[in-house]
Write a protein that binds this ligand. Structure first.
Ligand code: HEC
Length: 169
């Protein structure tokens, strides 16, 4: 239930709900480039990411020698969400890109086999502004000290919780 509150609603959500003015004309232009180039093939759904996809589809990643990134047994890796992307540099699994435009161009090269020019990268980066959302305020519950009369969660009786069995080596 707590995790379900960890969402960052953005102007993009208002746009998806039909308020076309929620994102600027420039951001809409960037969204169009994002769609036309095919980024949405992988960065899709409500989180613009989340599914498993292959990596280095069209060309090797420039910094493939840094770290270990093999993916699952089929070589599939998780497509990261692009929500709040302008606030979550450095980019890629090994954090080798600090500039969003360079990351966008690299994606075009390695995942789509296409060149993203500077103007297109700028437009896509402009669209990403619409994905910056409102962060939840996290208030920790201030719990009273437990005493003998503190009610236990329903269904759990004294003695129900048995010590875990120690593994035998
Ligand atoms: C074939 C699937 C695929 C396509 C197409 C694709 N991406 Fe990605 N994208 C990924 C995967 C997988 C990663 C994770 C790579 C990593 O961590 O090294 C990623 C990472 C990124 C990142 C870095 C995210 C982060 O948090 O570090 C950005 C930004 C990005 N993609 C933007 C784009 C843009 C813009 C396009 C279109 C030009 C695009 N992607 C096309 C699969 C794809």
């Amino acid at each position: 239930m707590f995790e379900a509150t960890l969402v960052t609603p953005s102007r993009y959500d208002d746009f998806l709900r039909g308020n076309v003015k929620a994102i600027s004309r420039q951001e809409q232009e960037g969204l169009k480039v994002f769609l036309d180039k095919g980024c949405v093939g992988c960065h899709n759904g409500i989180n613009l990411g989340g599914m498993m996809q292959p990596f280095q589809v069209a060309a090797p990643y420039k910094f493939a020698n840094v770290g270990d990134f093999k993916g699952d047994k089929n070589g599939m890796v998780k497509v990261p969400t692009l929500r709040n992307i302008l606030e979550t540099m450095p980019y890629f699994h090994n954090g080798q890109y600090w500039n969003i435009k360079d990351a966008i161009k690299e994606m075009g090269a390695i995942q789509l086999g296409t060149t993203i020019n500077d103007e297109e990268a700028t437009k896509i980066a402009t669209f990403f502004n619409a994905l910056t959302g409102k962060k939840p305020t996290i208030i920790y519950p201030d719990l009273p000290v437990m005493s003998a009369s503190t009610p236990k969660p329903e269904g759990i009786m004294e003695g129900d919780v048995k010590p875990a069995k120690q593994p035998t080596h």
